[in-house]
Design a protein around this ligand. Structure first.
Ligand code: SAT
Ligand code: MN
Length: 586
């Protein structure tokens, strides 16, 4: 008798009619055979084998370079289960509309069956997915980003406990492109795109959208968070999970080189994008990184902003939509000075200088996580790492101080739910527009976000040793429009204060928005920064925060009666605390 996975493969083959089916076993030899085929047909270009051994460049269709939120749908039975911030289609409508696009889609192509495991091999928290795809580039990327082949197959056996994901490039036409999630069936359908976030179904589709739905049903948390360890001079390591919207330096923070290394503070990387967290028997919240690789934005990455990843990408990596130098090395804006003469741009054309980009703005590297020198010794720990603190942050030129601690769990959930970031020119062409992105989950929550806030509120009391909740802002600007805080490796100074708060060892002042460090509580030795700058970084301006209350009231209003009352209670309480410190205009 056919196993559930075999049955699903047969069913998918009847629909998409591939010319051949290949089961991926995760072996190096099979991976290299696939790479050789892609080198032969031009899907991949080999990079310099001395400086970038086993590294490749892929150029995507120019219309297919980023996630496409407008064609991403949650197909729950009830529209209200998707909520006001997700696109919704009924499962029946979605299947009818999109099965037509899958029909015969693999006619002249090979169908690859990619069983994959999200999470460490031996972890009770890991989960199996199976992706069917007609893109060998997707298979080679999944080889880096997840544990594929034998390991998940053995774990699965004859069980039906896997998340199926059907993917086809289709004809790559943007108007026949869909990324569909059927949360009740735990099923994913994606057609018309080969781009990472749309096509590597283990990442955003499974590990966030489907997993967030499962997590709510099963009392755990699937979050868009990096995970880092901060080891102090005593040798004790605290783990921190942090959520930021895009373009806020998440990957750089995850792989940061501590500016306090001489003082004995070292940062290690567990994950750069996603965290799955369960309450453990010792009362801690344990986090695993479900991924095995990093899929990071290349432009702006260099030896200064992220030396660890620059070392990591020197082998076994795939670069997508970056430039190619005459010596066969990858190149992107910000890597190091000007592009060498003779560099080819991301579309494969000679770069003529001027303002045309060499690398596409969302060009990427895909690299095995274990290759970063900063990788945590507990990266593969099946039990996960205990989380001491959550960090939420955004890009705010004003309003938010460098760091503050929430008053308690419920207040922390409110802080996270009001998270916002100002857009950068790269995203919209308009700068300084404040966008709310609660928990950085707006595009990734697989259900109604009002209920997601409710899930967060309910989780706190279930975690005996719950993480403390903090908000950070590396991007505050002075009157001259310049950043006040140096950022990057210096951010460790803020992490140190956070860990000392967790250990009840550092000072803070209570303000209406929460606890802000005293100037003395921040370790600033060796940093050339003026006293007035620090004061400005830590300042809480009640007038700014009162304006913020209006904006958050409007945002929460979108969720109607589904919004937990506790969120409104927190909003009122903040208003009350602010009104006590502001002198009314007479
Ligand atoms: O764009 S992706 O979803 O592939 C990656 C990311 O946004 O973190
Ligand atoms: Mn992400």
């Amino acid at each position: 008798m056919a196993s559930p996975i075999e049955e699903w493969v047969e069913e998918s083959a009847r629909l998409t009619t591939p010319k051949k089916i290949v089961w991926c076993n995760g072996s190096e030899s099979q991976h290299h055979q696939l790479i050789d085929e892609m080198l032969a047909d031009g899907t991949l270009i080999g990079l310099d084998s001395k400086t970038y051994p086993n590294c490749y460049l892929h150029r995507s269709d120019p219309s297919d370079v980023a996630r496409t939120e407008q064609i991403t749908f949650i197909c729950s039975r009830l529209q209200n289960d998707a909520g006001p911030t997700n696109n919704w289609m009924s499962p029946a409508d979605a299947k009818e509309k999109v099965s037509g696009l899958f029909r015969w889609a693999m006619k002249d192509r090979t169908m690859y069956v990619v069983p994959y495991l999200m999470g460490p091999a031996e972890s009770p928290y890991s989960k199996v997915g199976v992706e069917i795809t007609d893109s060998p580039y997707v298979v080679a990327s999944m080889y880096i980003m997840a544990r594929i082949g034998r390991v998940p197959l053995e774990r699965l056996g004859n069980s039906a406990d896997f998340v199926p994901g059907l993917h086809s490039l289709g004809d790559l036409s943007p108007d026949r492109r869909y990324v569909l999630h059927f949360p009740e069936e735990k099923l994913i359908w994606s057609i018309g795109s080969g781009y990472g976030g749309n096509a590597l179904l283990g990442k955003k589709c499974f590990a966030l959208r489907i997993a967030s739905w499962m997590a709510r049903e099963q009392n755990w948390m699937a979050e868009h968070m990096l995970i880092v360890g901060l080891t102090g001079p005593s040798g004790k390591t605290h783990y921190i999970a942090a959520a930021f919207p895009s373009a806020c330096g998440k990957t750089n923070l995850a792989m940061m080189v501590s500016a306090l290394e001489n003082e004995g503070y070292k940062v290690t990387t567990v994950g750069d994008d996603i965290s799955w967290m369960h309450v453990a028997s010792d009362g801690t919240l344990r986090a695993i990184n479900p991924e095995a690789g990093f899929f990071g934005v290349a432009p702006g990455t260099n030896k200064k902003t992220n030396p660890n990843v620059m070392t990591a990408v020197r082998s076994n990596s795939i670069f997508t939509n970056v430039g190619l130098t005459p010596s066969g090395e990858p190149w992107w804006e910000g890597i190091n000075g000007a592009a060498p003469a003779g560099t080819i741009d991301w579309r494969g054309r000679p770069h003529m200088g001027g303002s045309e980009l060499v690398a596409q703005a969302n060009s990427r590297y895909t690299v095995p996580a274990r290759q970063t020198p900063s990788i945590s010794p507990r990266f593969e720990d099946p039990e996960g790492v205990p989380i001491s603190a959550f960090l939420f942050g955004g890009r705010r030129a004003r309003v938010a101080p460098l760091v503050y601690e929430a008053r308690n769990w419920a207040h922390g959930v409110f802080v996270a739910a009001t998270m916002a970031s100002e857009t950068t020119a790269a995203i919209t062409g308009q700068t300084g527009i404040t966008r709310r992105d609660p928990m950085a989950m707006l595009p990734f929550c697989g259900y109604n976000m009002a209920r997601y806030f409710g899930h967060w509120l309910e989780m706190g009391p279930k975690i005996p040793r719950a993480p403390r909740i903090f908000h950070v802002n590396w991007f505050r600007k002075g009157a001259d429009g310049k950043f006040l805080w140096p950022g990057y490796g210096e951010n460790v100074r803020v992490l140190k204060w956070i860990v000392e708060r967790v250990e009840e060892k550092s000072d803070a002042v209570e303000t209406p928005i929460g606890f802000v460090p005293t100037r003395e509580a921040l370790t600033l030795d060796g940093l050339d920064i003026q006293r007035s700058t620090i004061e400005e970084l830590l300042r809480v301006d009640p007038a700014d925060w009162i304006a913020e209350l209006d904006s958050t009231r409007q945002f929460f209003g979108r969720f109607g009666p589904a919004l937990p009352q506790e969120i409104w209670k927190q909003h009122e309480a903040l208003q009350h605390r602010l009104s006590r410190v502001t002198v009314p205009a007479s």
